[in-house]
Ligand binder design. Structure first.
Ligand code: MG
Length: 231
């Protein structure tokens, strides 16, 4: 077989980040009594948070802001939209959220099935993720995914960030894998697909949301089960 090592992205590919974040933010919204602070309904709060989070993640991935800034500024900016300028509250919310989120367990359909299938076929499985080291490990523990992976490469441990070449090279090195023997599987056209191709690997675009992908993935799939047709 062509591939020996399979590198997965974690968030939005295996671990259902959005569902888990929504569940955590619902609890956060209650815990900090945000409704009583004229913040309105949860769904208003949530939509505004999502916008800021997306913007700040892309700034982080481009190297414009640090991890620490990303963590609390998404709460800070959300509160500001509701005319609440409370840095302490933003930082408390950030801490609460980051503690709660990784305890959530929701994964995408076929996650366990496909990891079992690939393990049975003797592929080595690894993760390449832009998340935080401690957070990602907690998620893997909570969702019982840790046991499937040999190497877990995060931005923190590799000192790089997808789509930069270095994080993929770091992962290939760790796995003792040649570029052509590895394949990256992820949901993000830029971070996962462009990044992997740029590092000389093939890449599978997991397109749950019917997104346009102009970074030329080697394969595109709509759910994880379809990996059985490739691997
Ligand atoms: Mg992802």
């Amino acid at each position: 077989m062509k591939y020996k090592h399979i590198f997965f992205d974690l968030d939005h590919t295996l671990w259902d980040f959005d569902a888990n974040a929504e569940e955590s933010l619902t609890e956060l919204y209650g815990y900090f009594r945000l409704e009583s602070m004229a913040i309105g309904s949860f769904s208003q709060f949530y939509q505004i948070y999502l916008n800021h989070n997306k913007l700040l993640w892309s700034r982080y991935e481009k190297g414009y802001i640090s991890v620490e800034e990303l963590k609390w500024r998404r709460m800070w900016r959300t509160l500001l939209d509701f005319k609440i300028a409370d840095e302490k509250l933003a930082k408390d919310m950030s801490e609460y959220f980051l503690q709660l989120l990784p305890t959530k367990k929701k994964v995408f359909d076929y996650t366990y099935e496909i990891l079992e299938y690939l393990t049975d076929k003797n592929y080595s499985l690894h993760l390449i993720t832009n998340g935080f080291e401690k957070t990602q490990r907690l998620k893997l523990n909570s969702s019982d995914l840790l046991k499937y992976f040999t190497h877990i490469v995060t931005s923190e441990c590799s000192n790089s960030v997808k789509p930069k070449k270095e994080i993929f090279e770091f992962a290939l090195n760790k796995a003792k894998c040649k570029n052509e023997e590895g394949i990256m599987i992820g949901d993000n056209p830029e971070a996962d697909i462009f990044g992997a191709l740029n590092a000389g690997m093939d890449a599978v675009f997991v397109n749950y949301t019917n997104e346009k992908c102009d970074t030329f993935p080697t394969y595109t799939i709509k759910n994880l089960k379809e990996l059985e047709t490739i691997l």
